[in-house]
Design a protein around this ligand. Structure first.
Ligand code: SF4
Length: 374
């Protein structure tokens, strides 16, 4: 019989080399107006028994891969592995090749499982996959608040090293409008609880989520919430509006207006300027972010990060447009790429054509949309 285990569709980019083990299916909330990750799906919790079977399968695949890679393929192991389906085979093989140390628990909010069930799964994982050193999961702030510091500390002890939380905004009006189902104070309380337990905390921020209406409140309040939490990581994301979402409908109805890219950089400036008294690592680790070079440790690298933003904001309008188009097109990565005469001329040529046709904004929006689809 072919070896197979269940996997979900999504993981954070920072977990690219992690083994994906599915504890729950989809998202239990599934109402955030901007998110289409699990739209049209139903949330369910997998049984501990099924999860343990998956762990057994992964352990078996790991053993077989090790035998094949040592040249010990006397009884057709390679074809047995290929029967498992290429994706899972390569997934486990790649995980082993990168040391077999990290695991990401799927899907959108696996910390929802009862603590006793999580502890049982973690203990089994450690027994069957002994090379694992780091285990991480997505978690909603309201879910984390259902666990005491003591329970979280037990999970940390059992192997949960980090939780990834979609904070998105620290502005209550924005959280309510987007139906995030969490208040700014709940984000703070949950974040502090995780920190107290010793679990590493990664908070995701969605630049542009306030639209034009909350362009200042969104970054300012988000900085206030982050400053209260002092997370280990602050990961910047930029909103891209996807068609089959409630936010798209709200925008069509005129109830919410999108921020142009250049304004989002101004938001980013307000956010970073107002991050105070914390020692988080701030990362711009997503291709959707306009200024990918905004990375550093707070407070030390704050001036350098603001300097990059000011360099962009000081550009003449035509150069801002050139950079935005080039970045969305995938020709530029960093601001310094504007100095490359060949790429600059190529972008400028297209920019002028799009401006004369009046299609620049639509083209940039379409390029952003293409980026979130991949
Ligand atoms: S909680 Fe996360 S996965 Fe669920 S709908 Fe909101 S953003 Fe999407």
């Amino acid at each position: 019989m072919a070896l197979a285990f269940e996997q979900g569709p999504i993981r954070p980019p920072s977990e690219a080399h992690s083994l994906l083990i599915r504890l729950t299916r989809n998202c239990p909330w599934n109402r955030c107006a901007f998110c289409n990750a699990y739209k049209g799906t139903t949330f369910s919790v997998r049984t501990v028994e099924d999860i343990k079977k998956d762990i057994d399968t992964i352990a078996e695949m790991s053993r077989l891969i090790a035998r094949v890679s040592q040249g010990n393929d006397t009884d057709g192991l390679q074809s047995k592995l290929y029967e498992s389906g290429e994706f899972q085979l390569y997934h486990v093989a790649n995980w082993l090749a990168s040391g077999g140390k990290t695991v990401f628990l799927q899907d959108g909010n696996s910390m929802l499982l009862k603590t006793a069930a999580l502890l049982e799964i973690l203990a089994y994982m450690k027994e069957k996959l002994p090379t694992v050193e780091r285990i991480t999961s997505y978690a909603r702030s309201d879910t984390l608040l259902r666990k005491s510091v003591d329970e979280l500390a037990q999970l940390k002890q059992a192997g949960i090293s980090r939780v990834h939380v979609g904070l998105e905004s620290g502005c209550d009006e924005v959280l309510k409008f987007m139906d995030k189902g969490v208040t700014a104070q709940q984000h703070i309380d949950a974040g502090k609880r995780v920190k107290e337990s010793g679990i590493s905390l990664s908070e995701y921020i969605l630049l542009g989520l306030g639209g034009r209406k909350w362009a200042k409140e969104h970054p300012f309040d988000t900085a206030r919430v982050l400053s209260a939490i002092n997370p280990d990581y602050i990961r910047l994301r930029t909103l891209a509006i996807v068609e089959n979402t409630p936010l798209y409908t709200k925008m069509q109805q005129g109830a919410w207006e999108e921020q142009p890219d250049a304004n989002i950089v101004e938001e980013e400036k307000i956010l970073i300027e107002n991050l105070n008294g914390i020692e988080s690592r701030l990362l711009s680790d997503h291709s959707m972010n306009l200024l990918g070079e905004i990375n550093g440790n707070l407070p030390h690298d704050k001036p350098a990060m603001l300097q990059v933003i000011d360099r962009f904001l000081a550009l003449p309008e035509t150069e801002k447009n050139n950079f935005i188009l080039g970045k969305r097109w995938g020709l530029y990565n960093k601001l310094n790429d504007l100095q490359d005469p060949e790429r600059h001329a190529r972008v400028e040529n297209t920019l002028q054509k799009l401006q004369s046709q009046g299609t620049l904004e639509a083209t940039i929006a379409n390029l952003k949309y293409q980026m979130v689809r991949v």
